[in-house]
Design a protein around this ligand. Structure first.
Ligand code: FAD
Length: 217
């Protein structure tokens, strides 16, 4: 039994989502409302002597087309390398990020990449959304599980903008495939025919991503 300000709650597992904020109080520089520093594509702040990357700065979201806060190790590492190359005089460029991230909660894999429906709403971006429930693999090999795929895409062009996948097996790998498809500017139709591999323990002849692409109208 957990005691909360809203009363007692019976629970087997408690997830504490505490959050955090960038430690940037000491910098008198342009910031986002959460304190993250505003930087250009190379991590430069308004002060020529101060560059910022990682959890203390915003980054360019390549599918949303604007700067966002993506506090991830993946982002921090790639930005840091790009910034160091740039400062060392190397001709370098990073198109931006998709915020691809993944999580394991008990038996479930959860992963997402690109623009979510909520992000699109908040940014005033018109999107279409489709959700399917399918299977991760064939039924005649042990291990078949449900898998849910949500795609977010542009209504007219059908260009993929984002995706979220939940399932006990194969969710994370498929979100990585979606990240590639989004980075390449692919459409839902192209995803529907994309040549994903198949063998009974891993997928069905039409992978769940093919199905999701074909269902998205
Ligand atoms: C519990 C947890 C799990 C996570 N899991 C994942 C994951 O699975 N995948 C993923 O992509 N990301 C994950 N992250 C996010 C990832 O850890 C961060 O995005 C990443 O570490 C950011 O790197 P950074 O260098 O910007 O900041 P940090 O790694 O926080 O490094 C900042 C450093 O600066 C130091 N510092 C702060 N202020 C000062 C100061 N005034 N003077 C000197 N030093 C200072 C700090 O002590 C720290 O060492 C996780 C984060 C947490 C907290």
């Amino acid at each position: 039994m957990i005691e909360t300000s809203q009363g007692e709650v019976e629970a087997d597992v408690v997830v504490m989502s505490l959050g955090f904020k960038p430690n940037t109080e000491q910098f008198d520089l342009p910031k986002a409302p959460n304190g993250a520093l505003l930087v250009n594509e190379f991590g430069a702040t308004d002060d020529a002597h101060i560059y910022a990357v990682g959890d203390c700065a915003l980054v360019h979201h390549m599918a949303l087309g604007e700067s966002v806060y993506l506090p991830l190790a993946t982002v921090a590492n790639k930005q840091a390398r790009m910034m160091a190359d740039h400062l060392a005089g190397k001709d370098t460029f990073l198109k931006g990020f998709l915020g691809s991230s993944c999580l394991k909660v008990l038996d479930y894999e959860l992963a997402c990449t690109g623009v979510t429906e909520l992000m699109a709403q908040q940014a005033g971006m018109a999107v279409k959304v489709s959700v399917i429930k399918d299977k991760n693999q064939t039924d005649y090999f042990p291990g078949q599980e449900d898998i849910l795929v949500k795609l977010v895409y542009q209504p007219e062009t059908k260009v993929l903008l984002g995706g979220e996948i939940v399932g006990k097996k194969g969710a994370v790998g498929r979100v990585n495939a979606l990240a590639v498809a989004i980075s390449a500017g692919m459409t839902t139709e192209q995803l529907g025919y994309l040549d994903f591999c198949y063998a009974p323990p891993f997928a069905r002849t039409w992978d769940v991503l093919n199905v999701a692409g074909n269902v998205a109208k």
